[in-house]
Design a protein. Structure first.
Length: 418
């Protein structure tokens, strides 16, 4: 198998191959946790086999003359072949009825089943006199295929074969251009018809050039805020579309088939009640972050609600439907937590773990009810006895309120259960 030369990168930078539209496809995620989807595609490529006509020909004169050679489509690439160029040597050439270009799957070192073909009539190709060799005139057939042949490369690359056949060529002698004399190579084959049998000719190469555009099938599922630009068009919503990246060089248009699905972003809202934060999205998964520590993950803090026993600034990372977003930072501040209408009473220690004391409770007259409630308003303790000491060991960690009903109103003192 010969080495395949792939020059598409050269073509993109060459001033001789001007692009009529942009050939870059870029995609930008809206969240830094998503991988960058940026990719660049060429809008023109070619594969060149053979040489620059400094060598000879094949002395095969059976009619119609058919020659073939193999090439490789790289792994992961799909080619839309629109154009083939091949030299043809003859004496007395005045024209041909048609030129048949056939592509084959690989079959044990020779062309196998037909993978695609195009029959070019004189209106589909141009014939250019490009010189002489071995006493023959050398012509170049530039064949434009109005119906492209699409070939894709599988794992490790896929081998295909190309053959050319010219029908009813005027002139007594005619040859497809080959690279060496006098032996004809193992990868250069001639046959009396396109179905074989194929005959090997030594170590020779059939000279041809394939111009192609890549076929790029892009299927993406991204989160709201993602954008992808194909050519001159930027897409930010779900769409199924086919774009052609056009080159001024015939036969090198690239096709981009885009299937884009945009998922809704999760609700990253947070409601703050005192020193308790609650993510608004009730169906997501959560991870609370420490804004004062470069958004470090807070181990074990994965509930919808969050209360931290000391001052700080916190945010929540919300994951829903495969999308991730992060809330703004919210301040938890315990200063002034014990403020109430009666400055004579206070709670200590705060935060508390096992026992909570209320100082100054005896200065309130006619106490009728004492309750402890959670931040959601649920009563977790109730008594009509006057006491300034409460066992809170059974309570879950969080923020609670002691509510003392007396003759002139209700006093509320908040505390944190560690």
């Amino acid at each position: 198998m010969k080495k395949i030369l792939f020059y598409s990168a050269f073509l993109i930078t060459s001033t001789s191959v001007a692009q009529s539209t942009a050939s870059e496809i870029t995609g930008q995620p809206n969240n830094a946790q998503l991988s960058d989807q940026t990719k660049t595609y060429t809008s023109c490529g070619y594969l060149q086999e053979g040489n620059a006509l400094e060598n000879g020909r094949i002395s095969q004169t059976s009619w119609p003359l058919v020659c073939a050679d193999d090439f490789i489509v790289p792994d992961g690439e799909c080619w839309s072949i629109n154009n083939v160029l091949t030299p043809f040597m003859t004496s007395g050439f005045t024209g041909t009825d048609n030129i048949i270009i056939t592509f084959y799957a690989n079959g044990t070192g020779a062309p196998g089943t037909v993978a695609g073909s195009f029959t070019a009539t004189p209106s589909d190709f141009t014939t250019t006199n490009i010189g002489t060799a071995y006493g023959l005139t050398v012509y170049s057939f530039d064949i434009n295929m109005s119906t492209p042949v699409e070939l894709c490369g599988g794992p490790g690359g896929t081998t295909y074969w190309i053959s050319a056949q010219a029908d009813n060529v005027s002139g007594a002698t005619y040859y497809w251009e080959f690279t060496t004399l006098p032996t004809y190579g193992s990868n250069a084959l001639a046959a009396p018809n396109t179905s074989g049998p194929w005959t090997s000719y030594g170590a020779d190469n059939f000279v041809f050039t394939i111009n192609y555009g890549e076929i790029n099938d892009i299927t993406l599922t991204e989160c709201e805020g993602f954008s992808i630009t194909v050519g001159a068009t930027t897409y930010t919503t779900s769409v199924v579309v086919s774009e052609t990246l056009t080159s001024v060089l015939t036969g090198c248009d690239s096709i981009v088939n885009l299937d884009l699905t945009i998922l809704p972003a999760p609700d990253n809202g947070v409601t703050q009640t005192g020193v308790t934060l609650e993510a608004d999205d009730a169906t997501a998964t959560y991870q609370w972050l420490d804004c004062n520590d470069s958004y470090a993950i807070m181990s074990g803090e994965t509930n919808q609600t969050f209360t931290f026993p000391t001052n700080g600034s916190f945010a929540v990372e919300v994951t829903s439907g495969g999308c991730v977003d992060t809330s703004a930072c919210f301040l938890i501040d315990y200063s002034g937590l014990n403020e109430n209408n009666n400055a004579l009473i206070s709670a200590y220690p705060n935060p508390a773990s096992e026992t909570l004391f209320i100082a100054g409770i005896n200065q309130l007259s006619e106490i009728s009810l004492i309750t402890i409630t959670s931040v959601s308003g649920q009563i977790v303790y109730s008594t009509d006895k006057v006491t300034g000491q409460f066992n809170i060991d059974y309570l879950a960690s969080g923020v609670y309120a002691v509510n003392i009903s007396h003759s002139t109103g209700v006093e509320t003192i908040r505390f944190v259960k560690e």
